[in-house]
Design a protein around this ligand. Structure first.
Ligand code: 9WN
Length: 412
């Protein structure tokens, strides 16, 4: 079977979502530049337009904050149909941005773009290096507690309504949130999105941090939500490894600093291990408790370069229980919902990370299962934002950038 028509469709999606110097995840639902979506877009562009791939990353880093943070959304233009927009975030930056970050995969993608054409990319990689290094430094200073990478808002993790945040969210006071009009549910069915209560909590947390003036220390000390997330930890660890490689390639003197981060994060990763369930789990740092969530993030261990045999039986069991890989949470959970966002659906871009990690760590058969399953769900059901792992139902936004990018780079 040939998939050439899908190669072309994927390229067309990237072109359609291209706004010149950045790419939107999909028009309508997400009309701005999102951080990790952009990194995936760059990877996708690198397969047919290397210059455009670099432009994507360069635009992202042009909005880096002075303290090193690279924001999760950059509001390049006013789109009144989006909520919560720049006025709600209240960040003093040009162009306006959100006040949190997102999974730091840009170094990993910058390396991939560079490796797709080294001669053309050397100067571009050189131009990005300081920004990448400063962003990683920011993470080590602002988001590491007890050696673990933490999030201060579910949106920062990229897995908005995952069960990992539930126990912390229960302590978020929403009484001040007031009336607002959601826009996401005018583009996508209610049952595919977070609930009203979760949205209230997202906003309450946003207002809390905004009222702290986005001051990292105050937020770290007082926010009701600080969750150590294996997803963020493993992606940052992976990105450190790629940044170290880049530093070596460019002859930079920062290798020892980066190696130090890698060593400490490898060592602390074991703290995520929940002996009861026998898997990597997130930790509610305010309560000092595991959240009891076996999720797609638990399977990012291999992507982080950790050779972890203990996670293999979980993955085999889960893959055996669904039609398409990899559900965002364990389908054995009583609250598994195959269509609701990060509480069950599969995300093709997460598959690309899990699949890459498996292949790199020598689990060739499982890696191929994940790759072929990703290919099958896209070929059967199209380039949706996410899909049901049970029957492939395409969900969320359509014509989606990172699904197209993953087709071109990983799945096809
Ligand atoms: C909030 C853009 C983003 C992704 C996230 C995904 C979703 C936003 C939302 O869409 O989050 O940032 O409105 O739900 O969860 O991973 O980057 O595609």
């Amino acid at each position: 079977m040939t998939y050439e028509h899908l190669d072309e469709e994927a390229r067309q999606i990237l072109r359609d979502n291209d706004r010149g110097i950045y790419t939107v995840p999909t028009s309508g639902l997400y009309p701005y530049q999102w951080n990790w979506d952009s990194a995936f877009a760059a990877w996708g562009f690198s397969t047919f337009d290397n210059n455009r791939a670099w432009v994507e990353l360069e635009t992202l880093f042009a909005s880096q904050w002075e303290d090193g943070m690279v924001p999760h959304i950059i509001f390049h233009r006013q789109v009144p149909e989006y909520f919560p927009g720049p006025d709600v975030w209240g960040v003093d930056h040009t162009p306006p941005t959100s006040g949190i970050s997102q999974p730091p995969i840009a170094a990993t993608m910058a390396r991939a773009v560079y490796e797709s054409d080294k001669a053309a990319g050397r100067a571009r990689l050189e131009g990005l290096f300081e920004g990448l290094l400063n962003w990683h430094r920011w993470f080590m200073q602002a988001r590491i507690t007890d050696g673990l990478c933490c999030v201060t808002h579910p949106w920062e993790s990229g897995r908005d309504n995952a069960p990992d945040w539930d126990s912390s969210m229960a302590n978020v006071d929403t009484s001040m949130v007031g009336e607002y009009k959601r826009r996401d549910t005018s583009h996508v069915n209610n049952d595919m999105r977070p609930t009203k209560q979760q949205y209230d909590q997202y906003l309450a947390l946003l207002y809390f941090s905004r009222d702290c003036g986005w001051d990292i220390d105050t937020i770290n000390e007082k926010s009701p939500l600080r969750v150590a997330d294996p997803g963020m930890h493993f992606m940052l660890l992976r990105a450190h490894r790629d940044l170290l490689w880049v530093a070596g390639e460019l002859g930079k003197p920062d290798g020892a600093e980066i190696q130090g981060w890698i060593d400490s994060m490898v060592e602390s990763a074991e703290k995520f291990w929940n002996e009861d369930g026998g898997y990597y789990d997130s930790i509610n740092m305010r309560a000092g408790e595991f959240t009891h969530t076996l999720s797609c993030a638990s399977f990012y261990c291999w992507y982080a370069g950790i050779d972890e045999t203990r996670m293999v039986p979980h993955l085999e069991r889960i893959l055996g229980s669904v039609k398409y890989p990899v559900p965002s949470v364990d389908p054995a959970r009583p609250d598994f919902d195959h269509i609701r966002y990060w509480r069950g659906p599969l995300w093709c871009m997460a598959n690309s990370q899990i699949g890459a990690g498996l292949a790199e760590m020598g689990y060739a058969e499982l890696a191929e299962k994940v790759r072929l399953g990703t290919r099958a769900v896209i070929a059967d059901q199209g380039f949706a934002e996410y899909h049901s792992p049970v029957d492939g139902t395409p969900a969320g936004g359509q014509h989606f950038t990172w699904t197209a990018a993953v087709w071109l780079t990983f799945a096809s």
